[in-house]
Design a protein around this ligand. Structure first.
Ligand code: SAH
Length: 476
């Protein structure tokens, strides 16, 4: 017969005595949670972890050296048994039962009269997850899923609501009205300001709304989100939350289908992708689209490959939004240089050979002409060149002309972090040749510097790096 359903409760333990039996790392985790709740913790064991001893020295907990005995349950509100000895755990559970004291035996649902749930902590907002001990691993997976959904700023939002509770109650005596006001509060501008860390502005806005100032007209907002280079796992949690809340998503062609698949099902998706040569939409058209969507009250996500502020024209977009009074947020993404280097096993800096790294763009001839080649050719640095694959010869020629050794290792990473990633390793001298030999196509990133050679041994993702033809064959 399945065990009876548990009745969930949250307990007020501040200043109340709680006994923990056991002095190891499991006990330590339990004590940490109890201290967060300001419980008065005593702990009994023959010996204790260094952290438990340190807490005792600071006067935060009391240690009882020795064995558990039933008298120690006197005056306790709760007891937790966290020893590795099933006999002791059973003894604690039985003694607690006789005294009608709530007892938890770690990892033993049958012996426990209460259980400690997995929690998602956005205090004062706390979400607790339990499977009544049936499947703790499942509870942990559910906890992870919820953890991803809830923005960390919800704690601050709940605290704000608590501070304003009386005033809100005074203003809206009618329960229905109050509920509608609070729902707007938790979804609207105040919540957005809290998410941006602007608590004082949020409170001022809330004060205005309570004073009967007409609620600001529903204007939308724009979140610039960096989608990362391709692997959907590289999207940030914050980016994922924005995609979950979006009404409309304007994305580049560099953004892969795996990332788009994570967005809210009914969000409208608009591909504003531009490919060199075949502009499908001008930057002005994108600006205009952002503006009309936001003014229509939509929550707009502007989803960009990599990071929005690295060669992504994100700067121009927020300048435009700023000038037009549209609220915006920016969520960074993993830029191609970081992702390509990581997924090719090429550290961008290295104590022995690269003390700095530069992100450079060389998308067309004009951008090549304005670069400071003397500085780029300096030794002991890594270059990460974002570019079309057409200009490799010119990059090689200028670096060598300005003094970078022709033997400097290079790596070209095509479709970095995607399942079809290819890495080509060579040196500056033969860069255009190896690219041609292996027909490297966009999107590809060029890494120049001693570190590039490390990819030959340290690669771990996708197929093994391709190299130039052997030196002898080349010399011939
Ligand atoms: N904002 C983007 C860069 C846009 S510029 C970012 O932060 O990554 C476009 C250039 O980025 C491409 O020409 C290519 O050089 C590089 N790039 C983007 N994604 C890439 C990928 N998955 N693999 C290799 N290079 C990539």
């Amino acid at each position: 017969m399945p065990a009876a359903r548990l009745y969930p409760i949250f307990t007020q333990l501040a200043g109340r005595a709680v006994l923990v039996v056991g002095g190891g790392s499991v006990a330590e985790r339990k004590v940490a949670g109890l201290l967060d709740a300001d419980a008065q913790v005593s702990i009994v064991a023959p010996d204790f972890t260094p952290q438990l001893s340190a807490w005792a020295e600071n006067g935060r907990i009391s240690l009882i050296f020795g064995k558990f005995n039933e008298d120690q349950l006197e005056r306790q509100w709760l007891v937790i048994a966290a020893t590795a000895d099933p006999g002791v755990n059973a003894q604690v559970a039985a003694a607690a039962e006789r005294r009608r004291l709530w007892a938890n035996v770690v990892d033993d649902a049958a012996l426990s009269s209460f259980q400690v749930p997995a929690v998602i902590d956005r205090a004062p907002l706390v979400v607790a997850v339990s499977t009544a001990g049936a499947a703790p691993v499942l509870a942990r997976l559910v906890r992870e899923a919820i953890e991803r959904l809830l923005d960390p700023s919800l704690g601050a939002l709940a605290a704000l609501a608590e501070r304003w509770r009386e005033r809100i109650r005074g203003r809206f005596v009618d329960l229905g009205q109050r509920r509608r006001f609070l729902e707007r509060l938790f979804r609207g501008r105040v919540a957005e300001l809290v998410r941006r860390g602007q608590i004082a502005v949020a409170e001022a806005s809330l004060a205005g709304e309570l004073d009967g100032a007409p609620a600001a007209p529903a204007v939308g907002s724009v979140v610039l989100v960096g989608a990362g280079p391709g692997d959907a796992g590289l999207l940030t949690l914050k980016g994922l939350r924005a995609l979950n809340e979006a009404d409309v998503i304007l994305h580049d062609s560099l953004v892969g289908p795996d990332v788009l698949a994570l967005a809210r099902r009914d969000a409208e998706r608009i591909d504003v992708g531009k490919r060199a040569g075949a502009h499908s939409r001008s930057q002005d058209e994108i600006h205009a689209l952002l503006l009309t969507q936001a003014r229509a009250g939509k929550r707009v996500v502007r989803l960009k490959g990599g990071d929005p502020f690295v060669f992504g024209r994100g700067g121009e977009e927020i300048e435009f939004l700023h000038a037009h009074g549209i609220a915006y947020e920016v969520v960074p993404g993993v830029t191609a240089a970081l992702a390509c280097a990581a997924y090719a096993g090429i550290p961008l800096t290295h104590r022995s050979s690269a003390q700095s790294v530069r992100f450079v763009t060389a998308h067309c001839k004009a951008s090549l002409d304005t670069l400071d080649w003397a500085a780029l050719a300096a030794e002991r640095q890594t270059l990460a060149v974002y570019m079309g694959v057409a200009g490799l010869e010119r990059v090689r020629d200028r670096l060598v002309a300005h003094g970078r050794a022709a033997t400097t290792p290079i790596a070209l990473i095509e479709n970095g972090s995607r399942t079809n990633q290819r890495v080509v390793i060579g040196d500056l001298a033969n860069l255009p040749q190896v690219a041609r030999e292996h027909a490297v196509v966009a999107p590809a990133l060029l890494i120049v510097g001693e570190v590039a050679a490390l990819g030959a041994q340290l690669h771990w993702f996708g197929s093994a790096p391709l190299t130039q033809a052997p030196p002898l064959a080349r010399a011939a």
